[in-house]
Design a binder for this molecule. Sequence first.
Ligand code: ADP
Ligand code: ASP
Ligand code: MG
Length: 809
Amino acid sequence: MKFGGTSVGSVNSILNLKAIVEAAAAKERIIVVVSALGGITDKLIKTANMAVEGDNTFNKEFQEIVTRHHDLINVTIPDNEKRTLLLQDVDILLNELHNIYQGLALINNLTPKSEATIVSYGERISSRIVTALIEGATRYNSRKFIKTETKHGKYILAAEETDKLIHSHFDGSCDNIAIVPGFIAQDKENEEITNLGRGGSDYTAAIIAATLNADILEIWTDVDGFMTADPRVINTAYTIKHLSYVEATELCNFGAKVVYPPTIYPVFKANIPIKIRNTFNPDGEGTIIDANSEDEGRLIKGISSINDTDLLTVQGLGMVGVVGVNHRIFRALANADISVFLVAQASSENSTSLGLRHSDAEKACEVLNKEFEKEISMGLMENVRATSNLSTVAIVGENMRHNAGIIGKLFQTLGRNGINVIACAQGGQETNISFVIEADLLRKTLNVIHDSFFLSEYKVLNLFICGIGIVGNSLIEQIASQQEKLKREHSLKLNIVGIANSRHAIFDREGIDLTNYRTALMESKESNITNLRDKIIKMNIFNSVFVDCTANSDVAAIYGDLLSRNISVVAANKIAASSDYATYSNLKQIARQRNIKYLFETNVGAGLPIINTINDLINSGDKILKIEAVLSGTLNFIFNVLGSDITFSEAVRLAQEKGYSEPDPRIDLSGKDVIRKLVILAREAGYAIEQENVDANLFIPQELFDGTLENFWTKLPELDEQFEHERRELAAERKHWRFIAKYENGKGSVSLSKVDERHPFYHLEGSNNIILLTTERYKEYPMLIQGYGAGASVTAAGVFADIMRIANI
Ligand code: ADP
Ligand code: ASP
Ligand code: MG
C-alpha cells in the first residue's frame, strides 16, 4: 500500500491512513510505502535554493518545515512517551538538515548530490511519524534495499541488486506491518543517498510489490481513482473503473500525474493488479489496472496532456530518400540523453517533427545542428529550430484499435472549435493518438474532447446571451426551467457562461447562477459591445454559442468576428440577415466553412418553423416560386383590434404595451420590419435580394416617420378619423385589412391590402402570422404555415429551438 504526500500531509489524512492500514493489517500482511508530507519535497528544494543564493530568509522557510512536522506529531500522537521519543528522533534529522542548509549558504553551490540528500529528509521523517502512529508497525530503511546506478547523470534503478536485497530484507520476516519510506534510494557503489525521481514513491512500492510477488499494489491518493482527465482542468472528469496496463502506461506517460510512469512496468511484468484508491473515501471503488482490456463501451478511456512541449522540425529537400537520417537524429538525441515523446514524419520524408520537453529543446537543437552541420552548410537541410509554447494531448484506449473513424471524429471536433493540430502521431498499436496544439488552447482542447467522446456525463453547450429585454429574459427563464430535464433526458448541459445587456456583462465559465443574474449584472462593472466581443473571444470556451436577443445593429456587427472564432450565433435580431446581401452571405459562408451554425429562425414569424421549412424544401430539391405572407404580428394585431371602440392610435399603443411591436413601433408601421423579413425569406429561398428592391407601399404619411418618436406619438391620433372611416367601409364590404408581403419572379413588395372571405388570409386572428409557399412541388395547393407570429415567449421558444438544433437534439 503506497500513500502519497496528500495522504500523509494533514492530521485528517494521516488518521485516515492509520485506520486504513490497521484495518488491512488485521486481515493480511502488508508493506506500507509512504511519501513525504504533501508539499515538503518542493519546500526542501526551495529552501536549499534560497540558502545557496545567500537569501537569509531560508531560516524562516526551514522553520516552517520544522513546525509542519512538529504540529502533525503533537496532534496525532497522544501518548506522551511515544511522542517525546519520536520528537527526539525527528529533531536529530531536522538538525542535520539545518546544518546542511547552513553549509550551503556558505559554499553557495547546490550539487545534485546535496539536493538528493536534502530531499531524502522528507521521506525519512514521514516514515518515522507513520511508524509511531500505527500499532505494531516496523520501519524499514529503503536505502538498504532500493539501489540505483548512474547513467547519463541520472539515477536509474539497479534492478539486480535491488531484487536480491529486497528478498533478503523481507523473506522470512514476520512483521505484519512494514513501513518503508518511498522515493529515496542509495547508490549501489558509493553509498550516496539518491532517489527514484520526483513522484518516485509509487515506483518504490511497485518494485517491492513485483519482487515479493504481492497480491496487489494499492496506490492511495487524494482522488477517487484514475480519472478520464486531470480533474483540476476538467471538472466533469470521472473515475475510470478499469484500465489495462497499456492504457494506464499511455496515460501516465503523457502527464496523468496520478501514477509515476515507471511504476506500471514492474507490476505489469509480474502480472500484479494495481488499485488506485482515495484515502479520503476508502469505501470508493477506485480504479483497477490489470492485464484485461475490459470494454466499457466507450471509444476512448482517458485523455492526458503535457503542457511544456516544444516541437523541433528537422527538414530539407535534401533529406528525401536518404537512408539513415532518422537513425542519426535519434542517435544524436539519445547520446545527449534527450527523450522524444512524439515523432511525426511526412511520407515525402522531407521533414521529421519531434515533440519533446521545453527544458530539453535548446540542447536538442544544438545537438542536431551539430550532427547535420555538413548538410546544413551545403543547403541540403535547414537549421533545426524549436517552436515553443505548445502542448501535447493524448487520447488513449484499447477500443480505438480497429475502430474506424476515431481520428476523423477527433479532428472534426477540434476543427469545429477552431483548434489547429500542429503535429500528430498514432502508433501502429492504435491505443494512443497524440497531437500537438498551441498551449493556450489546452484547456479548450481537453474540454472539447472530453465532451465529444462522451467521457463527460453531459454534452455541454456554453451560451453567451446578449440582451435581457422581454425575449432574453423569457429565454433565460425557459432555459432555467428546462436545464434539469435536458440533463436527465438528453445528457445535455446548457451552461449560460455570459449574460450581457447594453451596459453590463457578467461571465462565469462554470455557469452563471440564474436565480439572481439581474442583480449580479447590475452590480458588475460597465461594459460595451467591443469589450463583450473581446472577452468572449478571450474566454475561448468550447462548444460556445452567442445568442442575440437584442434588436441592435452594433451587436449584429460582431457576428462575423465570433463566427470566425468558431462561435455559433443564434439571432432573434434580424439586422444582420436582412442587411446588405454581401454581409448576409458572408456570415453564412463563414459558418459553413467552419462547420458551425448561424441560425435565425425567429427573424420571421417568431417561433413558427418558416425558415427551416424553406431550407428543408430547397435542400430536398424543391424550388420556391412565390412567397405571400402576413409577417407582422404587430400590424395584424392592430388591424384586428381596430373597431368602433378602439381607434388606430390606441391600437398602436396597445400593440406596444403587449410587447408585439418593435421597441420603436415605426419600424413596424413603416413596413420596414416586414421588408426585412421578406428579404430574409427570399434570400433563404435562394434569391439575392436587397431591402431597396422591395416596393414599400406606405399606409401612413412619410412625415410621421421623419420626426422624433415623441412627435410620432403626438401626431398619430390625427390619423384616427380617416382609419375609422375606411374601417366602416371595409366592414360593409365584409373585407379585412391585411399587410401582405409578396415575392414572385424576382420582385418583392409590401402593401396594405383588402382581402375578402375567400382569401386564405381572411381568417387570421390577433397577432398571428401566415405564410403561403408556392413551390414546384406545392403548386396547385400551396403550403400554408400559420400561428402566433409575435410575443416574447414564442420568440424565446424559437431561439431555444435554434439552440437545440446546435446541440443536435
Ligand atoms: P500523491 O501525493 O498521492 O502521489 P499526486 O499529486 O502525485 O498524489 O497525484 C494525484 C493527483 O494527480 C490528483 O490530485 C490529480 O489532481 C492529478 N491527476 C492528473 N491527472 C489525473 C488523472 N487522469 N486521474 C486522476 N488524477 C489525476
Ligand atoms: N516526495 C517525492 C516527491 O514529491 C516522492 C513522491 O511523492 O512520490 O516527488
Ligand atoms: Mg504522486
